[in-house]
Design a protein. Sequence first.
Length: 197
Amino acid sequence: MEAFSSRILLTIFAFSFITHSIQANERPYQQSNTLFIRNSCSSTTYPRLCYTSLVKHADFIQTNQMLLTGTALNVTLASAKSTSALMSTLSKGQQLNPREAAAMKDCVEVLSDSVDELRRSIDEMSRLRTSNFEITMSDVQTWVSAALTDQNTCTDGFQEINATENVKTLVRGSIVQVAQLTSNALALINKLATSHG
Ligand SMILES: *[C@@H]1O[C@H](CO)[C@@H](O)[C@H](O)[C@H]1NC(C)=O
Ligand SMILES: *[C@@H]1O[C@H](CO)[C@@H](O)[C@H](O)[C@H]1NC(C)=O
């Protein structure tokens, strides 16, 4: 029995050793890809969120600033869509007083605008060429800034009506991630915009 379990242990050990060696072999270029993401993210406001949201796409991004920025926008759009859906669900809840319900309705509207603005900026990015670089980047900056403003408008709306702490916490908690992702995407866009010429 003891010999048996030590053989299992040995097998597990050998297996993890092999797995580890394979990972170690893959390291050099993977490491440069993740390092590129880490460095690029270091100039954003929320570097840790930036890194964790992009590192899963490291193989795709490699060390390409355009792909990095495009991926950041796509990740942000996905988050904006799910936040928008979540707020829409919350707005149908019964626990809101009339002012809160009105603020929630406004919030659902501005979040839907922010989804459209992010979609538009992704669409613009796909048309980015050397010949239209400045005007396209400027449009993308405008759309993404607008998306960020809309997300902040939602949170501010609840502040202004003195919503109950529970509601404010719930809203802030739902919006915070997408607002941070949007802020990060904007920083990466600004960086890309100044990288040219
Ligand atoms: C972002 O999403 C759009 C639409 O799905 C896609 O066409 C584009 O290739 C994506 N960009 C990146 C960098 O992943
Ligand atoms: C919110 O609270 C502040 C301070 O308590 C008060 O001055 C203000 O009138 C309130 N606003 C609303 C819309 O109730």
